[in-house]
Design a protein around this ligand. Structure first.
Ligand SMILES: CC(C)(COP(=O)(O)OP(=O)(O)OC[C@H]1O[C@@H](n2cnc3c(N)ncnc32)[C@H](O)[C@@H]1OP(=O)(O)O)[C@@H](O)C(=O)NCCC(=O)NCCS
Length: 186
């Protein structure tokens, strides 16, 4: 099975339906943290819903409209990164991420999303990678900044989460910007 090393004992690999039990255990460890700003924690609350959520991504990957990868640290599933939207025809995709609290603060998501964006830009010819984040989600905004994204806009009161309307910031990086930054870094 394909896996990419992230360093510090972490690997990135596809997160598939047969891993539903692992996903549920991981989500049970991090549900409150993961669900503070996003609906993922509500999508995997028991084995059936965890499996259905993973299956939906497997189906979308087969249709080339989304991708889902998990992050394992010392053999334990601790988070993931995804293309929630992947529109190859338009050359536009939207990336996202989550971690359980024990895995934060190590740069795992930043490194994992770099791998995803490299694939999107260099292998798939995507032109625009978006990052949508609640304006109060400072940790996720910091990831967008570390990735070299720019803030395009704020969608006011765009997303209703747990009964509260949130402003959503749209960040992005374009392929020429990504390539220039990667070449400068190498
Ligand atoms: C968003 C989220 C994944 C960010 O987690 P994170 O650990 O801050 O992100 P990273 O894995 O990229 O790690 C960055 C942190 O590791 C540190 N770090 C250590 N080594 C690093 C390295 N080699 N490279 C980059 N950062 C490194 C950074 O300084 C940063 O810590 P700081 O914020 O204290 O400065 C996490 O807060 C989360 O799961 N939130 C809940 C779900 C969510 O809201 N998802 C986003 C939806 S838009």
């Amino acid at each position: 099975m394909f896996a990419r090393e992230l360093g510090n004992g972490a690997v990135l690999r596809p997160l598939e339906p047969w891993r539903a039990e692992e996903l549920l255990e991981h989500m049970d460890r991090g549900r409150e943290h993961v669900g503070r700003f996003i609906g993922l924690a509500d999508a995997a609350t028991d084995l059936d819903s965890a499996r259905a959520w993973l299956q939906s991504y497997t189906d979308k990957a087969a249709a080339d409209t989304a991708r889902l990868h998990g992050i394992w640290l010392e053999g334990k599933l601790v988070g993931g990164v995804l293309f929630r939207v992947f529109d190859a025809e338009q050359g536009m995709c939207e990336a996202g991420c989550w971690l359980e609290p024990s895995a934060t603060g190590r740069g795992l998501v930043t490194r994992a999303v770099r791998i995803l964006v490299d694939w999107a830009v260099y292998e798939r010819g995507m032109h625009r990678v978006e990052w949508r984040v609640a304006s109060g989600n400072a940790a996720s905004i910091a990831v967008a900044r570390r990735l070299g994204m720019r803030r395009d806009a704020v969608l006011r009161a765009h997303y209703l989460h747990h009964g509260v309307r949130q402003d959503i910031e749209v960040w992005s990086v374009l392929a020429p910007e990504w390539r220039a930054a990667r070449e400068k870094a190498s």
